[in-house]
Ligand binder design. Structure first.
Ligand SMILES: Cc1ncc(C[n+]2csc(CCOP(=O)(O)OP(=O)(O)O)c2C)c(N)n1
Length: 558
């Protein structure tokens, strides 16, 4: 083996792992890496101006590509800034190798500036967290990190890279990547048990989780849903298009409030969760979302999720892509003519009911189309007609998002990415990562005005790296969701109509000016016609471009 420096070996190892892009923000401890990048033509370094943006870009890239994303941040404060978005990446199961530079190890005992025990900081949010202590360990550490991030359930990992490891030289064997064959098939006996329950069910429902999109199992799930005649809900905090939105059995995202979930589930006698989350809620409730005794069949690649909150009658560890066809075959064998007739009736009824609900939503949107300021639902209806078929939508619309997943035609598993973890500020930088992963597809990001301000630095990266995202800022000049919830509490805020810390006014933020100052062309729309004109132009020209939309500010839900 030739003698090689740690810094160059690290880049060689990343290339072995198929990495093409590194998202980062450097400091002195990252200078060895930046130095090696100066003579590395095959790896693109994408500079983001805040570590939260670095992390969310890597997240968007990892989710949209399904490949390993790599991020590099600066010691303890850089890692600290990244943590909120690392939390989101963990919840979205994004395969990311997050790295941070660390001080020279000979120096650490003196507690130099910016130093902290980095693996301990990252550990709660990653699958594996470690520091590389010797150059000889670098190949093993990087290959293990990549394999672990990409092994189902996928997720982020962390490596701390001390400067002396990167600066030293050794005669290294770089080893080779390991990839787990991911298509784990559910066990036969469990599939038979599940098929028996499904064949007997009178009113089954399906919840589709992100695993369906991640494993590209739309067709397999659609075939099973059609065989059963069962409605398919996306999981409540859905961050991908886990089922084609135009499919007649698509029932939209599961609701998030416990009593509302209970209301849906009570109409069914069997729940089949395919990678679905049962249930991430945002508020406690006296009502348990799960009706007592509702039998659950749970298929997932993640054993942690199966039976996490509610016992599964049949628990199947398996990949939806390979397991659903097996389940469908087992079910097909068990369904006699009576069961098939019942399923056909269910299919017709469910299709009719869901079509009527969709039409009701569209009628509501049409009724709102003439109102000023623009209403979100009318916006989604107008936008749905404009967006090209191959568009990828990145969604952090927060309180404006209601109806979006019914209205937009997100029909393939990479057509939609949304905020899974709940830490806002994700969408704007994530959209850049998505576009870099899917350069052939137009990418449009719908972002709340409040959310945009956490990571607006990403606009500069979009301009600098010419990343053609169309950013749409949904400006209601408030943290509207918090006002809605504070109002619903019927406390002092509702009585006095004072919402402390929730108004983004005095001064109003000028997103057009902000975008232009960071090098992104921008315009403002106050009517749906203007939205249509600007969006069409932005899609035709490519981006990056930003459209600021003035939206209604109403927060009284009832
Ligand atoms: C990192 C982080 N900080 C704060 C919050 C709390 N929070 C949730 S929604 C929200 C306001 C979002 O405002 P905006 O994006 O304008 O959407 P709107 O509510 O107006 O629809 C805030 C501050 C959070 N979820 N994550």
């Amino acid at each position: 083996m030739p003698v090689i420096s740690g810094k160059r070996a690290f880049l060689e190892l990343l290339k072995q792992e198929g990495v093409e892009v590194i998202f980062g923000n450097p400091g002195t401890t990252e200078l060895p890496l930046m130095d090696a990048l100066a003579v590395e033509p095959e790896l693109r370094y994408v500079l983001a101006l805040q570590e939260a943006a670095v992390m969310a870009m890597a997240d968007g890239y990892a989710q949209a590509s399904g490949r390993l994303a790599v991020a590099n941040v600066h010691v303890a404060p850089g890692l600290g800034n990244a943590l909120g978005m690392l939390y989101d990446a963990q919840k979205a199961q994004a395969p990311i190798l997050l790295t941070a530079g660390q001080h020279d190890q000979s120096f650490i005992q003196s507690e130099p500036i910016l130093w902290a025990d980095l693996p301990t900081i990252a550990r709660p949010f990653v699958k594996w967290s470690s520091e590389v202590r010797r150059i000889e360990d670098l190949p093993r550490a990087v290959h293990r990190a990549a394999k672990t991030a990409l092994a189902p359930p996928t997720g982020p990992v962390f490596l701390s890279l001390p400067a002396d490891v990167l600066n030293s030289e050794a005669d290294l064997d770089l080893g080779a990547p390991t990839r787990l064959a991911a298509g784990l098939r559910g066990e036969r006996a469990a599939l038979e048990a599940a098929a028996a329950l499904l064949a007997r069910a009178e009113r089954p429902l399906i919840i589709a989780g992100d695993a369906v999109a991640q494993r590209r199992a739309h067709a397999e799930l659609a075939a099973l849903a059609e065989l059963l005649g069962a409605p398919v809900y996306a999981e409540g905090i859905a961050n991908t298009a886990s089922f084609p939105a135009s499919h007649p059995l698509y029932a939209g995202p599961m609701l998030r409030l416990a009593s509302a979930i209970r209301g849906v589930l009570e109409q069914h006698d069997l729940l089949l969760s395919v990678g679905g989350d049962l249930f991430t809620l945002s508020l406690p409730s006296d009502v348990d979302p799960m009706p007592p005794g509702l039998p659950i069949i749970h298929i997932d690649v993640d054993p942690w999720e199966i039976g996490k909150n509610y016992a599964a009658k049949v628990a199947i560890l398996g990949d939806p892509k390979t397991t659903l066809p097996d389940l469908g075959a087992a079910l097909g064998e068990r369904m006699g003519s009576a069961e098939r007739a019942r399923a056909a009736t269910r299919l017709a009824e469910t299709t009719r009911r869901l079509a009527a609900a969709r039409e009701e939503l569209h009628a509501k949107a049409r009724a709102e189309a003439t109102k000023s300021p623009i209403r979100p639902l009318a916006l989604w209806q107008a936008v749905a007609e404009l967006l090209p078929r191959n568009v990828v939508v990145v969604e952090e619309a927060v309180s404006s998002g209601l109806g979006l997943r019914h209205m937009l035609r997100s029909d393939d598993p990479q057509s939609l990415f949304g905020l899974r973890g709940g830490g806002i500020g994700w969408g704007l930088p994530a959209a850049l990562g998505v576009k870099l992963a899917l350069p052939e597809r137009p990418v449009v990001a719908f972002i709340g005005d409040g959310s945009a301000m956490y990571t607006c630095q990403a606009l500069w990266t979009a301009a600098h790296d010419k990343v053609a995202v169309v950013f749409v800022i949904l400006n209601n000049r408030s943290y509207r969701i918090l006002k809605q919830r504070a109002h619903a509490m019927k406390g002092f805020a509702a009585q006095t109509d004072r919402y402390v810390g929730m108004e983004l006014t005095d001064p109003a933020i000028d997103y057009v000016g902000l975008a232009r100052s960071l090098g992104v062309a921008a315009d403002r729309a106050t009517s749906l016609d203007q939205v249509a004109t600007l969006l069409r132009a932005a899609l035709a020209e490519g981006g990056p471009r930003l459209i600021e939309i003035e939206l209604e500010r109403g927060y009284k839900l009832v």
